[in-house]
Design a protein. Structure first.
Length: 583
């Protein structure tokens, strides 16, 4: 069965962004001699099968990645082709550098801001500091500075570092970049301001560093996957309840095919609450990155205080915060945390402090903006929730965070901000802790079946007709309620017979809501056209005669997917914006 031409409209918003990168890589690879190798992740039915296949083509195993039934290796293009021809899944394991841009004046640090903005002060006043809960920060590592070494009670609380790049445990807690230290301090800094208030959201939470990124922010899928696997392995011994993942990579496959996402889903299934940043790709639709596009996890966008720290009424979405929906039609992000000009600990000799001295106070504090920082605020809130009620499951935590969130309005308006930017709204720690909401997150989704490959899911936006979408979205934000009778944005729907959203059509008859769009004043991204005069790249066709990757009908585990066709660059970049003048 030939898939309908309209299937990839949602996919295309991301694909068009990455086309130039993929094409450049492809041209580079084709010009390289066949013996030149690059990093790849090879997946099969088990890591043993993957390893045997890799060794059979005379390549070396760099890392065994049991959690995704794969291995990391170095391959030539001939070896890649051989493995793909055998039916193995081969993903690029590219390295990238941390991107940091922006300028500004170093912030004053006399007063704690984030716990107030996140609604944590009443909990602090009552003695709830996240005690007994361990937050794993999968990042650049973190330096053992005052405020991190000891918790709110003066107890040592850092477990050390697992270096996923080198595959070994380190007792020292040093880092060279600064990003990880900044995030850890946002979540858990135990230093106090001039009013005796803690700087961190959960100042008594324990910390463990999972280092998957280097001095300049370079990282890889293999290191991230290895780090997640380590966190799952030691979650009970260290009581790891929260995994903060403040990085993002462009999605280039459906969520269930991406190897990082597979590892993330297994962490969620194991009982770890995964907090992922939405990404810093601005306010364009469908820019949520990996692993934030996983429907199960808590994806966090960034809000700004609008330069009025004490006035929460005028807060708004940060312009850099990525927005949904996801390719598969899930509303992302689910919630928002503060991510504009956030002050946190950073050694003055760290890479970011040296390259952006204007953001450093010259001592030990640094101001930075990004969904990275927003995710860290929410990780701190979750630690408070789990101290208050340790039996909460990841789904229950997600439900209560969303149920208690506060809807943001558009700038200088009484109209609610786009739901694909803010989800349920800004997290409020006290309201989340006191919430009794239940059965309102990930309804209709079966993570075990998803991981087994027997069922995959699409979100509510994908299953609606044009007349249903706008009233539905308006209802979600009406009266401050997002659920109505316990239903969270409607149940996840099964992927039916390999088709995308009802018999191969996208919201009926190939149209995307017909002249009435979802995002910008009745237009679909630009004046009703899809990038160019209503055509999809070329005269309304999708690459060739309206077919999707040549007559692909099913997206099961052994069939053609966007990942296997496009040979994507699955590189990872930490989502950081050093403070810029405009949020």
């Amino acid at each position: 069965m030939k898939m309908n031409v309209v299937i990839p409209f949602l996919v295309s918003a991301l694909a068009v962004v990455t086309t130039a990168i993929v094409s450049k890589d492809s041209l580079t690879q084709s010009a390289q001699p066949s013996e030149t190798t690059s990093g790849y992740i090879v997946r099969a039915n088990s890591s043993e099968v993957a390893a045997s296949a890799v060794q059979a083509v005379q390549a070396d195993i760099i890392k065994t990645l049991d959690i995704v039934d794969g291995v990391a290796t170095e391959l030539t293009q001939d070896q890649v082709k051989t493995l793909k021809d055998q039916g193995l899944k081969v993903f690029v394991d590219a390295k990238v550098e941390l991107a940091t841009t922006g300028w500004g004046v170093a912030s004053q640090v006399s007063q704690s801001v984030v716990p107030y903005q996140m609604g944590a002060l009443p909990l602090h006043d009552a003695g709830w500091y996240g005690d007994g809960v361990t937050i794993a920060v999968l990042d650049t590592g973190f330096k053992s500075m005052t405020g991190l070494r000891q918790d709110a009670w003066g107890r040592k609380r850092i477990y050390g570092t697992y270096n996923a790049i080198e595959g070994k445990v380190q007792n020292n807690d040093e880092e060279q970049n600064g990003h990880g230290t900044h995030l850890a301090s946002i979540a858990a800094n135990s230093e106090r301001d001039i009013y005796n208030r803690f700087y961190g959201v959960a100042p008594a939470a324990r910390l463990v560093s999972v280092k998957a990124f280097g001095e300049t922010g370079e990282g890889s899928y293999a290191a991230v996957i290895d780090g997640i696997e380590w966190a799952i392995k030691f979650k009970d011994r260290l009581n790891i309840r929260v995994l903060n993942m403040s990085f993002s990579a462009p999605p280039q496959s459906f969520y269930w095919d991406d190897p990082v996402n597979v590892a993330v889903m297994k962490a969620w299934q194991a009982g770890i609450v995964v907090v992922a940043s939405a990404g810093n790709n601005g306010g364009s639709p469908m820019t949520i990155g990996v692993p934030g596009n996983v429907p199960y996890v808590i994806t966090v966008g960034a809000s700004s205080d609008n330069y009025t720290v004490a006035d929460l009424a005028d807060d708004r979405m940060a312009k850099f915060s990525s927005m949904g929906p996801s390719i598969e039609g899930f509303i992302k992000p689910e919630v928002v945390g503060y991510g504009g000009r956030i002050v946190g600990l950073m050694d003055k000799n760290a890479h970011l402090a040296i390259t952006h001295p204007e953001n450093h106070d010259g001592s030990k504090y640094f101001a930075m903006s990004g969904t990275s920082q927003a995710a860290a605020t929410v990780s701190g809130v979750i630690a408070l929730m789990l101290e208050y009620e340790p039996s909460l499951t990841p789904d229950q935590v997600k439900c209560r965070l969303m149920d208690s969130a506060t809807v943001l309005n558009k700038k200088d308006s009484s109209e609610p901000e786009d739901i694909f930017k803010q989800g349920a709204g800004v997290v409020n720690a006290t309201e989340a802790v006191l919430s009794s909401a239940a059965n309102c997150a990930n309804k209709g989704l079966d993570i075990a079946a998803d991981l087994a490959g027997t069922a995959h899911y699409v979100g509510p936006v994908a299953t609606m007709g044009e007349t249903e979408v706008q009233p539905y979205l308006s209802r979600l934000l009406s009266d401050g309620s997002l659920w109505h009778d316990g239903s969270l944005w409607h149940d996840g729907s099964l992927w039916h017979d390999g088709s995308l959203w009802h018999d191969g059509s996208l919201w009926h008859d190939g149209s995307l809501w017909h002249d009435g769009s979802l995002w910008h004043d009745g237009s679909l991204w630009h004046d009703g056209s899809l990038w160019h005069d209503g055509s999809l790249w070329h005269d309304g066709s999708l690459w060739h005669d309206g077919s999707l990757w040549h007559d692909t009908t099913s997206l099961g585990t052994d069939t053609v997917t966007p990942a296997s066709v496009a040979s994507p660059d699955t590189s990872i970049g930490i989502t950081v914006n050093v403070w810029v003048d405009e949020e």
